[in-house]
Write a protein that binds this ligand. Structure first.
Ligand code: ADP
Ligand code: MG
Length: 256
């Protein structure tokens, strides 16, 4: 059965897309059948997977509003090896159109039904908001992966997200749970980051993933080559951290 995870945090620039793309590629390298769903109109996960967002005939937009089937939208990431439901700015229109459709929060969930046997992992890259698109991601998932930087204000933003997840759990999706917090862009030389990291561990316990993704320029360079970092430079520290994270995820789903 496919395990479906949302990578969410309503803040922008915290490493959601980098996490989604690299986890997808690392899972593929570990032999897991993986689908990445780009739910952000910016289409960064699409481009970072080496799929040209400007050349799409059909995208996640068409899937959500019922103008295309999953098979019609699905493409393969040549560089990453996993499948992609790509997105571009068309998806911004879905936000408005969905309001008038039945089951508007559950369109993605419906679209993914029937593909359970084809994948081990489905990863959903959410936009930086708690919008209808993010709600579709949360309603379609079994769990949420929250990437965060170990900064002073990181915990503050977290409570809004946690409250949203609680509401979705109560009203729309009883399966949903927080799988874990992933520390990203970590700089061990900064005392503040170490302190926040330790705080996270004492507060959230084993909800904090053991893998820690360091700040690593190779991860930031990879998208301009249309490649996940774990493929672009496998030996880099950032790539190795995402490989370790993928293995941790594979272990975790056994206990879910
Ligand atoms: P989000 O999807 O949350 O907006 P991104 O994954 O796009 O965040 O990351 C924001 C920026 O930070 C991007 O330019 C990305 O390349 C860079 N970045 C992300 N993770 C790392 C990292 N571990 N080391 C260095 N740069 C990173
Ligand atoms: Mg993003």
């Amino acid at each position: 059965m496919a395990r479906i995870f949302c990578v969410a945090n309503q803040k922008g620039g915290v490493g959601k897309t980098t996490t989604c793309v690299n986890l997808a590629a690392a899972l593929h390298l570990a032999g897991q059948r993986t689908l990445l769903v780009d739910l952000d109109p910016q289409g960064n996960a699409t481009m970072g997977s080496g799929v040209d967002k400007r050349a799409l005939e059909k995208s996640v937009y068409h899937l959500l509003v019922g103008l295309a089937t999953l098979e019609e939208v699905r493409v393969q990431s040549e560089s990453g090896g996993y499948d992609v439901l790509p997105a571009n700015r068309d998806l911004a229109g879905a936000e408005v159109e969905l309001v008038n459709l039945d089951n508007r929060e559950k369109r993605l969930r419906e679209a993914l039904k029937g593909f359970d046997a084809e994948y081990d992992f489905v990863l959903i890259d959410c936009p930086p908001s708690l919008s209808m698109l993010t709600l579709n991601g949360l309603c379609g998932a079994h769990g949420v992966i929250i990437p965060m930087q170990c900064e002073y204000y990181a915990l503050e933003g977290l409570s809004d997200l946690v409250n949203t997840i609680k509401k979705v759990h109560a009203n729309l999706n009883r399966d949903l749970k927080i799988i874990g917090l992933l520390r990203v862009m970590f700089d061990p030389r900064m005392t503040l980051q170490q302190q926040v990291s330790a705080q996270l561990e004492s507060h959230f316990g084993d909800k904090v993933f053991r893998a820690i993704v360091p700040r690593n320029v190779r991860l930031a360079e990879a998208p301009s080559h249309g490649m996940p970092g774990v493929v672009f430079d496998r030996g880099a520290k950032g790539a190795q951290a995402y490989m370790a994270f993928a293995n941790e995820m594979i272990q975790r789903i056994r206990t879910l």
